[in-house]
Design a protein around this ligand. Structure first.
Ligand code: AMP
Length: 283
């Protein structure tokens, strides 16, 4: 695996690959890699010849400096995992490489996609995400960009931006990878106490059941079931919402959207656990 730390080294390498008509796939991450991340890299090889994974803890998407400082950075084991998987390139830029002093980042009006759900709890977060992804796309100009359904709102925001700016990169949404008991994999899960880890399975349990109900019941009934479940188990809920999967607007009936997604964030042991499920998708 090649490891590049500078934009120019990476671009020089990609230039040669593109001249040979190699398709470039890109997987952006913040490291502390688990099977969810690695699955994105594996998925990328389905349509890409060269897979570039980045590890960059983007300061502009963090609200509190504390969170940024405490973000786990087990770089040696991350490198090992990517090597084992046969990832082609690891891009490991410093902040100064991503955001040189004279860089002007485009500002994009996200039309409210960034104000609900995670956006309501983390002001400025999605502006930071858009900034870093656009910078990466400018550097790499990849054919494919792979992002996890796990961060559903992030995926929807980037989908919107790619469309708005008419960028040629194709966005691929990769399904959520879960632990055996259903908990969505996340680098935050290790911060749960043993008891909290046990309770964390309730989140996906609720979502799976909601999907089952969605096959036969009204959206109102599904929502009632979910909220009652969360309440009965005394879970601390930041939000539970059923949305149009594209506009991210709340909906009250299944026929109001092509994709209907239930999104939630629950706090256990003070850890914010994000999860979602696509309830219905009409093609
Ligand atoms: P992060 O390092 O948290 O920024 O995540 C990098 C990418 O991995 C994002 O596109 C996430 O949505 C994706 N990802 C994180 N956890 C999972 C998971 N459990 N299943 C699928 N994708 C995931």
């Amino acid at each position: 695996m090649y490891i590049f730390k500078t934009v120019s080294d990476l671009q020089q390498y990609l230039h040669t690959q593109k001249k040979q008509a190699k398709r470039i796939g890109f997987v952006p991450t913040m490291g502390a890699l688990h099977r969810g991340h690695l699955n994105l890299v594996e998925r990328a090889f389905d349509d890409s010849d060269v897979v570039v994974c980045s590890i960059f803890v983007n300061p502009t998407q963090f609200g509190e400096a504390n969170d940024l400082d405490n973000y786990p950075r087990p770089i040696e084991s991350d490198i090992q995992k990517l090597e084992q998987l046969g990832c082609t390139v690891l891009f490991l830029p410093a902040v100064s490489e991503m955001y040189p002093k004279d860089l002007v980042s485009p500002s994009v009006d996200l039309k409210g996609l960034d104000s609900s759900m995670e956006g309501a709890h983390r002001p400025g977060h999605f502006a930071g995400v858009v900034q870093v992804i656009l910078r990466f796309l400018e550097i790499l100009q990849p054919d494919f960009l792979y992002m996890g359904q796990k961060d559903y709102q992030q995926f929807a925001v980037i989908k919107y931006v790619l469309h708005l700016l008419q960028l040629k990169t194709q966005l691929v949404c990769v399904p959520i990878v879960r632990e055996e008991d259903g908990l969505a994999m996340s680098s935050r899960n290790i911060r749960l106490s043993p008891a909290g880890r046990q309770r964390a399975r309730l989140i996906s349990q609720m979502l799976f059941k909601a999907k089952e109900y969605a096959a036969t019941k009204s959206l109102e009934e599904v929502k009632k079931y979910a909220l009652t479940f969360l309440d009965q188990h005394q879970l601390e809920v930041d939000y539970f919402t059923i949305i149009d999967g594209d506009s991210l607007e709340n909906i009250d009936s299944f026929d109001k959207a092509t994709t209907v997604t239930a999104c939630t964030t629950v706090r256990i042991d003070g850890v914010r656990l994000l999860d979602n499920i696509i309830l219905r998708e009409s093609i």
